[in-house]
Each structure stands twice: as structure tokens, then as C-alpha cells.
Design a protein around this ligand. Structure first.
Ligand code: NAD
Ligand code: TYD
Length: 347
């Protein structure tokens, strides 16, 4: 099988590429990535020379380029992760999210459909989406696969839109798709604009920890390698035209999570208990901030036997160790452009 993974140089994509390259030596994995600020080939140093791996630098918005690689490599399946992924950036530049997440996805759909027509039953297009398309929960309840879409941020609206196009291609052209909607991931290689890696980096550097609003927002956290395991399972065993929710059964209020992180980091850095907590600074809230996300992952558990393999304690421990042991990675991604982003977002 020739498999195209888009966005493979990003956070989740790099874990998926590594898993497929090392686990399926008989497949050839093509990683298509535009290497935006979030894409980083350092994430894949350990597999870059594998004989069943090829990196293709390109943009999913470039129709001619996409056509040329489909013509050349005759892909059997696509696992589509390339996206603009940060809610705060979507608030300042919504159009970038429409372009990559909506138009880029439709571009991929068109080229896949055109190349695969006449042979659709042997193909699979797997779209990686988010639980944020369902909007915000109150204190009670969970998102299931039939929860109506109700996106609140430009990011989640763009992901919802791409999910709708995929379903529509399924209905209209019998296009062979599967979609998963996953909760918040964390783990190694996470770009330090998102809560957990940003706060780890700031604790290391004794910088303020900017908690939005009152900190009483809740997210359901999943270790990234458990997401990669779920993606492997759904790609191979998921049913055509189905969607599956993936979650960590692991809800945390931001402020509780931040305090836990502070305690763990104090220990790792041999700092006096309570010193990192002093860095917590409440800042202006995110506009349209969703109160709570929580996934009901019963379907993927019952039908495909998936469940998280790593506890939150183990996952956080591995994550913190990774950042402490990979200071060069952290320094590289936080120099240059990152400084400008940080100043405009937090000052
Ligand atoms: P990320 O921002 O770390 O990586 C995105 C990757 O896509 C980068 O390598 C980037 O260079 C590439 N990319 C961006 N625009 C591109 C374009 N126009 N053409 C080609 N490549 C492009 O994102 P992530 O956190 O790894 O998320 C991956 C996918 O998973 C996204 O679709 C996201 O919506 C989804 N998702 C993320 C989470 C999460 O918690 N991070 C949760 C659920 C779903
Ligand atoms: P984030 O990691 O951006 O993921 P998402 O918005 O996709 O859930 O944010 C997780 C939570 O942390 C969210 O409620 C916003 C909050 N947050 C802060 O309080 N401060 C920050 O600096 C960031 C980046 C996020």
C-alpha cells in the first residue's frame, strides 16, 4: 500500500508517520507537509532514512502539485491531518483557516475522487477532526457521534466545514471516507502555543503562566500516542462512511491541570514546592471560549476495542521528561517568529 499522510511534520502527524513507518514495513508512507510554523522535520529525525518513507514538501492548496503526486504514486489511502490548528490564531486570522482547512481539504477530496474513480471500493480517505466541532458543553453530558455540530471559533467552524464536505462527498459520489473527532492531545513534539507545552516552557524559563479568564474551563486530555494507536485502528478496521469519537476519559479544569503541572515541574527541576504556582497569572479571557469539552468514546471502544493505554500521570511524566531532554528542539521552535507571536498574543 502507498499511503499519503498530510501534515506529518506536525504534532500528531509525526506520531502517526512514525507508527506507520515502523510498524508497517510493507507499506510506503508519503508525508506531505508545507512546513508552516507548526511543521518541523526534526520531529521525524529517527525515521527520515527509512526505506519505506518519503517526505514531499508541498501545500494542500496547490492543486497541480496534489494532482502530480497522486498521478505519480497511485495512493491507496489518505490520512489527512494537515491543518491550521490553533484556536487563538484562528481568532486573529480566520481566512488562513478557511484556506487550509476548508479549501485545502476540498482540493484533496477532488483530486482523490478524480484519481480513484472506478476503483473507489479499494480506497480510503481518513479525515482527522476534532471534538471542538460540537461546540461547548455545560457542566453535564458528553459529545457522542450524533451530537449536532455547533462550532464557536473560526478554527472549529473550519474543521466542521471540512467534515461536512467529506460527508457530502460520501453521500454524493459514494466517496470512501472515515472521520474521527478527537479531544485535546498532549505529548512530545507539541508546539508551545498550546496550553501544556507553553506552560512547560514558561515554567522552565520562570515566565508568567497566562491562565485565560477564571481558569474554570474543562478539556478532556489524551496522550498523543494513544491517538496514533486509534488512528491506526480506524484506518484499518473502521467502517466506511462512519465517524468515531476519540477521547481520554480524562477531564481537567485548566486551573487544576496547571497546578498539577506546577507541582510535577517543581519536583523535576528540584525547585522549592510552590515556586512554579507563583507564576500563575490570570489574563484576559479568549473570546468565544468554550466552557467544556468531553468525549463519549463508547463507540470506538465497543466496535474496535480501543481505549487509552497511558494514564494521565504517566503521559504527563513522559511529556515533561521529553521537553526537559529536548531543550534544543524547544529553543529552535521558540526563537524567531515565535517571539513575535508571543508578544502579540500575550502583551
Ligand atoms: P499542528 O499544527 O501541530 O500540525 C499541522 C501540520 O500541518 C504542520 O506540520 C503544518 O506544516 C501542516 N500544514 C498546515 N497547513 C498546511 C497546508 N496548507 N498544506 C500542507 N501542510 C500544511 O497540528 P496537530 O495538533 O498535529 O493537529 C493535526 C490534526 O489533528 C489537525 O487536523 C487538527 O485539527 C486535528 N486535531 C488536533 C487535536 C489536538 O489536540 N492537537 C485534537 C483533535 C484533532
Ligand atoms: P489550547 O491548548 O489552545 O487548546 P483548545 O483551545 O483547542 O482546547 O487550550 C486549552 C485550554 O487552555 C483552553 O481552555 C484555553 C486555555 N489556555 C489558557 O488558559 N492559556 C493559554 O495561554 C492557552 C494557550 C490556553
Amino acid at each position: 500500500m502507498n499511503i499519503l499522510i498530510t501534515g506529518g511534520a506536525g504534532f500528531i502527524g509525526s506520531h502517526v508517520v512514525r507508527r506507520f513507518v515502523t510498524r508497517y514495513k510493507e507499506y510506503h508512507i508519503f508525508n506531505l507537509d508545507a512546513l508552516t510554523y507548526a511543521g518541523n522535520l526534526e520531529n521525524l529525525k529517527d525515521v527520515e532514512k527509512a526505506p519505506n518513507y518519503t517526505f514531499l514538501k508541498g501545500n494542500i492548496l496547490d492543486e497541480n502539485f496534489i494532482k502530480s503526486i497522486f498521478a505519480k504514486y497511485n495512493f491507496d489511502g489518505v490520512i489527512h491531518l494537515a491543518a491550521e490548528s490553533h484556536v487563538d490564531r484562528s481568532i486573529t486570522d480566520p481566512l488562513a483557516f478557511v484556506k487550509t482547512n476548508v479549501i485545502g481539504t476540498v482540493n484533496l477530496l477532488n483530486v482523490s475522487l478524480d484519481t480513484w474513480k472506478g476503483n473507489l471500493e479499494h480506497k480510503r480517505f481518513y479525515h482527522i477532526s476534532t471534538d471542538e466541532v460540537y461546540g461547548a458543553l455545560g457542566a453535564e453530558g458528553f459529545f457522542t457521534e450524533v451530537t449536532p455540530y455547533d462550532p464557536n471559533s473560526p478554527y472549529s467552524a473550519s474543521k466542521a466545514s471540512s467534515d461536512h464536505f467529506i460527508r457530502a462527498y460520501g453521500e454524493t459520489y459514494q466517496f470512501p471516507y472515515v472521520i474521527t473527532n478527537c479531544s485535546n492531545n498532549y505529548g512530545p513534539n507539541h508546539f508551545p502555543e498550546k496550553l501544556i507545552p507553553l506552560f512547560i516552557n514558561n515554567i522552565i524559563n520562570n515566565k508568567p503562566l497566562p491562565v485565560y479568564g477564571d481558569g474554570n474551563y474543562t478539556r478532556d486530555w489524551l496522550f498523543v500516542e494513544d491517538h496514533a494507536i486509534a488512528i491506526d485502528l480506524v484506518f484499518h478496521k473502521g467502517k466506511n462512511h462512519e465517524t468515531y469519537n476519540i477521547g481520554g476519559f480524562n477531564e481537567w479544569k485548566n486551573i487544576d491541570l496547571v497546578k498539577l503541572l506546577c507541582r510535577l515541574m517543581d519536583k523535576k527541576l528540584n525547585r522549592k514546592e510552590g515556586s512554579s504556582e507563583k507564576l500563575i497569572t490570570y489574563v484576559k479571557d479568549r473570546p468565544g471560549h468554550d466552557l467544556r469539552y468531553a468525549i463519549d468514546a463508547t463507540k470506538i471502544n465497543k466496535e474496535l476495542g480501543w481505549e487509552p493505554s497511558v494514564t494521565f500521570e504517566e503521559g504527563l511524566d513522559k511529556t515533561i521528561d521529553w521537553y526537559l531532554n529536548n531543550k534544543e528542539w524547544l529553543n529552535n521552535v521558540t526563537s524567531g517568529e515565535y517571539q513575535k507571536y508571543y508578544e502579540s498574543q500575550y502583551n
